[in-house]
Design a binder for this molecule. Structure first.
Ligand SMILES: *Cc1c(COP(=O)(O)O)cnc(C)c1O
Length: 349
């Protein structure tokens, strides 16, 4: 074995396949904004643009640096989803032809100076109470409520269709819509919304996590493989304890493999015993506490497991959701927290 390293392998063909699955759920004329904030949820901003520019209709980001990087590589629409706050920033939006969101009455005076030069998405607060203009303030934005702009909102519970807040938000959004010209474009749905409420797709949907395969829907696949190699194997008797705190005591003679990867690579420290991993195409489990640079897994039942074998922490064959559900985590956080020291490989850009 050469010097091992933890690896993140990103397969853009899988991202493009996920986009096809998303499109199948949408009316044909609905446009897909690929959300690539936070370095494309850890999938590398620049390579993601290269890989997806032919299959999406626009880009959603938060940071302006990201917006300008995209503009260097693409002519498609770009939306700065959390707005901008200075004339310098508005001037650069103009220069780079980037759209932005107005979500607060406090943005109004400055935005007014640019209303004829820029494209705006007007975000209404329909019940999430994070960002958004109150319905009773909407009339103050009258000059922005025109055809070239878009009326938007964001759902708080799109991943839980049973939650009544969804109904409230749709009804409030309709109310806002009735107040405006009715010829503005509309955008409501994020990834979960696309699968749970396709009737509300309207003109634009904004999808991030589904493109990367981080929500549970048939045919979506985790597009990143996080893996590292086994550097040691312990043969233990019954009644021996494993790792920091000796969290686990063996109930029978066991074979434990030690993987060259830990929380400093971005693997969650809180992962419980029983969290799934894959070794040589066999399902295996974490056993004992995750340390900074090492993870111990139970390979008692895995034939011929040896030093140098790869252990997948998540991959197209082991959804990242296996890991997050057991540990009360979310895929978004794991994807965006992969550490710099993990070696990157990019396939099918
Ligand atoms: C991040 C974000 C999205 C994308 O959400 P996903 O759940 O990743 O699809 C959509 N809209 C807004 C305003 C966002 O901030």
């Amino acid at each position: 074995m050469i010097q091992p390293n933890s690896e993140l392998v990103i397969d853009y063909e899988l991202v493009r396949n996920n986009i096809q699955v998303i499109r199948k759920n949408l009316p044909k004329e609905c446009k897909l904004m690929g959300v690539i904030k936070s370095n494309a949820y850890g999938h590398d901003l620049e390579k993601t643009i290269q890989a997806l520019d032919g299959v999406i209709d626009g880009y959603g980001v938060v940071r302006l640096e990201e917006a300008f990087k995209i503009r260097n590589a693409s002519v498609k629409p770009i939306l700065a989803m959390q707005g901008v706050y200075s004339s310098d920033a508005y001037d650069s939006l103009k220069q780079h032809n980037v759209w932005s969101v107005i979500h607060s009455i406090s943005q109004l005076p400055l935005a007014k100076q640019y209303q004829d030069d820029l494209t705006f998405w007007i975000k209404v607060n329909t019940g999430m109470n994070r960002l958004g203009i109150r319905l009773d303030e909407l009339e103050k934005f009258e000059s922005f409520l025109k055809d070239s702009n878009t009326l938007m909102t964001h759902l708080a519970c799109a991943d839980n269709p049973e939650d009544e807040l969804n109904k409230t938000q749709f009804s409030n959004f309709d109310q806002a819509w009735n107040q405006v010209t009715n010829t503005m474009q509309r955008s409501v749905l994020n990834s979960a919304g696309i699968f749970n409420f396709p009737d509300h797709a309207y003109d634009w949907v904004r999808s991030g996590i589904a493109m990367y395969g981080g929500i549970d829907y048939p045919d979506l696949k985790t597009a990143m493989t996080f893996r590292s190699q086994i550097i040691s194997i312990q043969s233990l008797d019954e009644n021996e304890r494993i790792g920091y705190g000796g969290r686990v005591t063996t109930k029978a003679p066991s074979k434990i493999a030690i993987v060259y990867c830990g929380y400093a690579d971005g693997f969650p420290q809180i992962a419980i015993d029983g969290t799934s991993v894959i070794v040589n195409s066999h399902l295996s489990q974490i056993i004992g506490r995750v340390s900074m640079d090492l993870i111990s897994i139970d390979v008692t039942e895995i034939p011929d497991c040896k030093i140098g074998d790869w252990c997948e922490l998540w991959s197209p064959d082991l959804s990242i959701l296996e890991n997050t559900k057991k540990n009360h985590l979310i895929s978004y956080e794991l994807m965006t927290k992969m550490s710099q020291r993990v070696k990157r490989q990019y396939l099918n850009i």
